[in-house]
Design a protein around this ligand. Structure first.
Ligand code: PLP
Length: 461
């Protein structure tokens, strides 16, 4: 058998096992054709045919330190040789060290960490803490959000993934967060959007009954649903409302925490401090599943003398925590946060701003650090999205074609509804980043064609 035949054989086996036996997330099983992936390194991964993809979605925006980061791999190997697992009820060195490191970068008033297996259960447990700390059950969460795939997290989710899972937790109520480009408040600028969104949130609190609301849950920067950066003052306003009405402020930092926007936590750029922070993904780049809740002293202390009614077999798993501790070392040694801020402002922002000039389908670009959205429209005047909200099948064809064009150009894109996000691993080099952006620039011609085919397209500005 030649090397080529052996590779084809391996690929065929991977594909056959997958199609026969792996039940995939969020999918009609007969309508998917998952790419057999042979390996990855840094910001790239490749298939069995030798096609290489620069990963502009960091897998599910979790692969912050890239594939096969040697320090993380070594930390897991070393920990596996020392103590591969241990139950949560004992004290363990890497678990404690990681909790100390997390609390250290979260700053005051955070003192404790409850470890989970991922983001959904982090949100689930944060809500549980808020309910017990306040004695109030209702939770307010935003439309255009994703919080995870367990009952309350799914109920809090403000996107179509919730619909087929309803009814879920009946005590979740949704409100509109700020989104100036498609304002729910007829606002004409960011400041007005932020102010009106706060007014709406306070009205929601009053009408739902402040005495019934235990928590407000917000993605600090909305991730999958649009890279929506809150206007200056919005999060501080949420904080003030939480203080006024005795509501726990939960910041979901599952996607944006640990460097995605050049901060340890995204809220740190907004001069605001939540009561609970949920995290996962970037804490160890997903090398071993890990998430958690960072708990302020005020809430942690409410469980000093009564039991917290929650736990997980793998809470604070040593392999996951060892990779987390190594993540902190790499961030410090390699100046990851500064690298992210630099690439975001010096490279990504000007390139994307250029697209506003050259691509008629680009309606808006927004982002920070290595977390950007390119919002594609049929018509810049009406802002009609290039594909409808929640489009699938033929309705989504222009975005599917854009994704295919990006892949032909060697970039694995992040596509959601009418948006393409740019969220590469934080270790990406400037050359790789510029090369990937060039490939997306070319791919966007596909979106321009779809937009120009629309008779309603009136203007390039
Ligand atoms: C903001 C946010 N919260 C929660 C989750 C759920 O995390 P997990 O899939 O680890 O449960 C995600 C996942 O994408 C997320 O982006």
């Amino acid at each position: 058998m030649t090397a080529h035949e052996a590779t084809s054989d391996a690929e065929a086996r991977v594909r056959a096992d997958d199609r026969a036996h792996v039940f995939h997330s969020w999918s009609a099983q007969a309508h998917i054709d998952p790419l057999p992936v042979a390996g990855g390194l840094g910001a790239e991964f490749w298939d069995y045919q030798g096609n290489r993809y620069l990963d502009f979605s960091s897998q599910l925006v979790n692969l912050n330190l890239g594939h096969q980061q040697p320090d993380l791999v070594a930390a897991i190997q070393e920990q596996a040789g020392k103590l591969a697992t241990i139950q949560p009820s004992v004290a363990n060195d890497v678990r404690g060290e990681l909790a100390r490191l997390i609390v250290g970068v979260a700053g005051e008033p955070f003192t404790k960490v409850f470890f989970t297996n991922g983001g959904a259960d982090a949100n689930e447990n944060a809500v549980r803490m808020a309910r017990l700390a306040t004695g109030k059950r209702k939770v307010l969460a935003a439309y255009r959000s994703y919080h995870g795939n367990t009952t309350t997290a799914m109920s809090m989710t403000g996107d179509p993934r919730r619909w087929a899972n309803e009814p879920g937790d009946p005590s979740v109520v949704h409100f509109f967060g700020p989104y100036a480009y498609r304002s729910a408040f007829h606002a004409s600028d960011e400041a007005e959007e932020g102010a009106r969104a706060l007014e709406h949130l306070e009205q929601t609190i009053i009408l739902e009954g402040a005495s019934t609301i235990g928590a407000i849950v917000l993605e600090t920067i909305v991730g999958t649903n649009g890279v929506l950066i809150p206007p200056p003052g919005y999060l501080a306003g949420v904080r003030a409302l939480c203080d006024k009405y005795n509501i726990v402020f939960i910041a979901d930092e599952v996607m944006v925490g640990f460097g995605r926007v050049g901060e340890w936590f995204a809220f740190q750029a907004h001069e605001v401090v939540p009561d609970l922070i949920t995290f996962a993904k970037g804490i160890n780049s997903g090398y071993v599943p890990l998430g958690g809740v960072v708990i302020s002293d005020r809430i942690a202390s409410t469980f000093d003398d009564r039991a917290f009614p929650g736990g997980l077999t793998y809470s604070g798993h040593p392999l996951a925590c060892a990779a987390g501790v190594a993540t902190f070392e790499v961030f410090e040694r390699d100046g990851i946060l500064a690298h992210v801020r630099d690439l975001g402002e010096r490279v990504v922002r000007p390139v994307l701003e250029g697209w506003l000039e050259t691509h008629p389908s680009v309606g808006e670009i927004r982002g920070t650090g290595l977390f950007w959205a390119v919002e594609l429209v049929r018509d810049r005047t009406t802002r009609e999205p290039l594909v409808p909200y929640n489009a699938s099948g033929a309705d989504a064809a222009p975005m599917t074609a854009l994704a295919a064009a990006a892949k032909r150009g060697g970039v694995w894109p992040f596509i959601h509804f009418n948006r393409m996000h740019v969220a590469p691993p934080l270790v990406i080099t400037e050359d790789e980043l510029r090369g990937g952006l060039d490939a997306l620039d070319t791919a966007l011609e596909v979106a321009d064609h779809a937009a120009l085919a629309n008779p309603g397209l009136r203007s390039k500005s």
